[in-house]
Design a protein. Sequence first.
Length: 71
Amino acid sequence: NYLMAYTLDPENELTTLLLSITLLHRVMTKNVQERHLTALDALAYFYKYYTKRKGDQEACYNLARFYLPIG
């Protein structure tokens, strides 16, 4: 569970990235009741990851990959 790992170590960049991707994948499923709220949570966690990485090249690549499924 990435949320539990994030609560144990919120400074871990990989856990923050994986949590945001997991939430994004959850948004894409059909059985999510609060789709917009979950998408905002995914975006918030991703930008926490992005600021921790200080916008380096890999973080920019992951940002593009994050927005790709959204369209």
